[in-house]
Design a protein around this ligand. Sequence first.
Ligand code: PHE
Length: 442
Amino acid sequence: MTKILFKTNRILSAVLTKCKYSTAAKSVATVQINGKEFISDDYTNVTPKILSYLGRNLHLEKNNPLSLVRQRIVNYFYSSFTQRGNPLFSVYDNLSPIVTVKQNFDDLLIPLDHPSRVKSDCYYINRDTLLRGHMTAHQSELLKAGLDNFLMIGDVYRRDEIDSTHFPVFHQVDAVRSQRKDELFHDKPDLEIFEPTFDPNNPFAFPNSIDDPMKQSCHTLEATKLMEAQLKNHLIGLVKCLFGKNIKHRWVEAYFPFTHPSWELEIYYENDWLEVLGCGIVRNEILASAGPNNSIAYAFGLGLERLAMALYKIPDIRLMWSTDSGFRSQFENVDLNAKIKYKPVSSYPQCKNDMSFWLPPNLTIDTFMNNDFYDLVRDIGGDIIEQVKLKDKFVHPKSKKHSLCYSIVYRHLERTLTQGEVNQVHKEIEKAVVDNYNVVIR
Ligand code: PHE
């Protein structure tokens, strides 16, 4: 896959500042984030727009629907698991979203060629550093710090299409629950976590395989099955606590590089199955590298936006970012467990404009990167961009020139946009597309 970089980059030039190093007389481009300087390289693809979301912390914002759901989830874990009257889980909801490639991928056994690492799906600050793509990025470091039961809550960043349910920043709750033999099998002391051929004191001498769909080869079937039953019970309990006991759900087998076996939980919502979380038994290599060698753990990660949108019937993900009092006031000083249904303040009309262009000879309809284009559109248009869709691809039979047509839907959340206003923004986007990709507008 050919990747397109913003060469004569209007976007990056706004983030990148030239700075002089006293040791080397060369000037280098850097990215400044919260006063910290990162040296940029050929992986750098964060934009000022994306960086502007850092620190908003919607999950901690009073009266934000995401924050209400976060509190309900934390309360569920606090009350379901106590030890001598104290909560068993500790909560980390203020970890920096700037992580290393090692934290986000390597420590979690994500293979080097795994699609989740590609530049077109992540916001890289440089080759070694990125905005976390999932909260699981903190799992290893917290295990290393000696924690065994914890929740990690925060903002995550993924490059994606733009529509009413996708936004490049969203929020996740991730968790790990570990148990030693005496906890897991407190009433069955003759059962073991590990197979007799596996020596927990020398874990890497054993090739831990995931070929058996039921379990990792180092674990006993009894330990895996008991963990699976607890994991599923706790998560169904959570979903029932949020949506009521009649919510329909189903488990789907899944694959994650950092758990085995793995599942996804779907709930039946508005005549369709909606995936709400991923989970599984933590790969023993991760536990063994991070420290605890005598326990088994389960982990899960769920998306707060999906849950909040379904719970409160919020039709558009961008509303989570609204500072409009008409939206905010509906979630103000409410009883956490009250049934709230979002009432649209008013629905303003959409404006749709198409953009067609010829690609320069070095690009084809297959190598042109949609996600780069989406970011550029959002960077210029800001939050009035509701959708960007590829409408048409075309290769001219004679000239062999390649052409693309995108339709861009504009809508303001709080007022009616005039066609004139939209045309102005559309023109600015066209200009940026021409500057960045050398295309010719049709
Ligand atoms: N990190 C996964 C995701 O973002 C979710 C997950 C977390 C799955 C923990 C399994 C265990 O999709």
